[in-house]
Design a protein around this ligand. Structure first.
Ligand code: ADP
Ligand code: MG
Length: 341
C-alpha cells in the first residue's frame, strides 16, 4: 500500500494524557477492524498534533496483523481531486468501485469536504456501503463533527455514529518525550536543558516542535557548533520569526477556488455564474482584509475590474455574513485556513 507511510507506527507514537483515548481506540480498531463499535473512528484536533501519524499507525498495524486486508489511506483533498478527475474522464464507476472494495478506509482531514457537495454525495454512498458490510472507517478532522461547517447533515450524522476522540496539545513532559524519541531514532543527542527549552518555547504543535529541533540541528551543523542553551536561544528566535509570512492574492485565490471547486481561470473571467461570482467576491473580500493591497490592485488582479466592483463585492460579502449562516460558516472556514498557512 504505497499510500501508507511506514514511518508512522504505534511504536514511535508517544502516549500522553493529550491523546490517550484516541490512541487506545485506534489500537482497538487496529486489532479488530470493523469489529468494534468504534466505526467510524473519528480523530480530531488542531494542526500538527499527530492525527495523521495516529491514523497511519492504525493502517500500518492492521497490515502487520492482517496482511490480506485491503487498506487505503487517502487525504480528503486527494479524494476530492480524484472525484473531479473521474467526472472529467467518465470513470466514476471505477472510482466508486475502487473505494467500495476496501476493507479499511482511512480518510485524513475530512473538514476539507466543506463546500464540496458533489464529492460529499459520493462519499456518503461509499461510507454507507462500507459500513453496512462492517468495513472499518477511520476519519480525521480539525474539529469534532458537531462543529464541522459546510458538511451535509446526513454525512455529519454518520460521522457521529462511532467514536470521536480528540487530540490535544501535549503537556511539557510529553513534548520532551516526543523530542527525545525523535532524537534517539535519528541518532542525535542534545543536552536536557536544551530539550526542555525547546519544548517550553513551542507549545502549540508537535510539528512545529520537531521543526524547531530540525532547524536547530541544521544550523549547528552548518556552523560546526555544539548546541548549548545559549545557542539554542539565539537560534530559536529566528525560527519563531520566520514562521510569519505574508499572504498573497495568488494564495487567496487558490484557497477559495479549491474550497468551492471552481477553476482558477474562471474567477478572473467575466462569467456571472452564481458559484463563480461568489468565489470571486469572497476572494476580493479576503484580499481587502488580509493583504495590504489597494482596492484598485485587487480589482485588477481579479480580472481587470475597477475599485468600485471591489467595494461592492466586499459589501455583498459583509451583508451575506450577517444574513446567511451557511455563508458565514464558509467564509470563517476559509479565513481559518488562510491564517493556518
Ligand atoms: P496532524 O495530522 O494532526 O496535523 P501529524 O500527524 O502530521 O499532525 O504530526 C506532526 C508531526 O508530529 C509528525 O512528524 C508526527 O510524527 C509528530 N507527532 C505528533 N504527535 C506525536 C506523538 N504523540 N508522538 C510522536 N510523534 C508525534
Ligand atoms: Mg494531518
Amino acid at each position: 500500500d504505497p499510500q501508507l507511510n511506514q514511518h508512522y507506527t504505534f511504536d514511535n507514537f508517544i502516549e500522553g494524557e493529550c491523546n490517550r483515548l484516541a490512541r487506545s481506540a485506534g489500537f482497538a480498531v487496529a486489532s479488530k477492524p470493523g469489529g468494534t463499535s468504534f466505526n467510524p473512528l473519528m480523530i480530531y484536533g488542531g494542526v500538527g498534533l499527530g492525527k495523521t501519524h495516529l491514523a497511519q499507525a492504525i493502517g500500518n498495524e492492521i497490515k502487520r496483523n492482517l496482511p490480506d486486508k485491503l487498506v487505503i489511506y487517502v487525504s480528503c483533498e486527494k479524494f476530492c481531486q480524484q472525484f473531479v478527475d473521474s467526472l472529467k474522464n467518465n470513470t466514476i464507476n471505477d472510482f466508486v468501485n475502487f473505494y467500495q472494495a476496501m476493507d479499511v478506509i482511512i480518510m485524513d482531514d475530512v473538514h476539507n469536504f466543506a463546500g464540496k457537495e458533489r464529492t460529499q454525495d459520493i462519499f456518503f454512498h461509499i461510507f454507507n456501503h462500507l459500513h453496512q458490510s462492517s468495513k472499518q472507517i477511520i476519519l480525521t478532522s480539525d474539529k469534532p463533527p458537531k462543529d464541522l461547517a459546510g458538511l451535509e447533515e446526513r454525512l455529519l450524522s454518520r460521522f457521529k455514529w462511532g467514536l470521536s476522540a480528540d487530540m490535544q496539545v501535549p503537556d511539557l513532559e510529553t513534548r520532551m518525550a516526543i523530542l527525545k524519541k525523535k532524537m534517539y531514532s535519528d541518532g542525535i543527542e542534545l543536552p536536557d536543558n536544551v530539550i526542555e527549552y525547546v519544548a517550553n518555547q513551542i507549545d502549540n504543535s508537535v510539528r512545529e516542535l520537531e521543526g524547531a529541533m530540525v532547524s536547530l540541528l541544521a544550523q549547528a551543523t552548518l556552523n560546526k557548533k555544539e548546541i548549548d542553551l545559549n545557542l539554542a536561544k539565539s537560534m530559536l528566535k529566528n525560527f519563531i520569526k520566520n514562521t510569519h509570512k505574508e499572504i498573497s492574492m495568488d494564495y487567496i485565490q487558490k484557497l477559495v477556488c479549491d474550497y468551492f471547486e471552481v477553476p482558477v481561470e474562471m474567477v478572473k473571467s467575466k462569467l456571472r455564474k452564481r458559484e463563480i461570482v461568489q468565489a470571486r467576491q469572497i476572494s476580493m473580500y479576503l484580499a481587502k482584509n488580509h493583504t495590504k493591497t489597494s482596492l484598485k490592485s485587487i480589482g485588477a488582479f481579479f480580472g481587470g475590474r475597477d475599485h468600485s466592483t471591489v467595494i461592492y463585492a466586499c459589501q455583498t460579502v459583509e451583508d451575506l455574513i450577517e444574513t446567511d449562516k451557511k455563508f458565514k460558516a464558509y467564509v470563517q472556514d476559509i479565513q481559518k485556513k488562510l491564517k493556518a498557512s
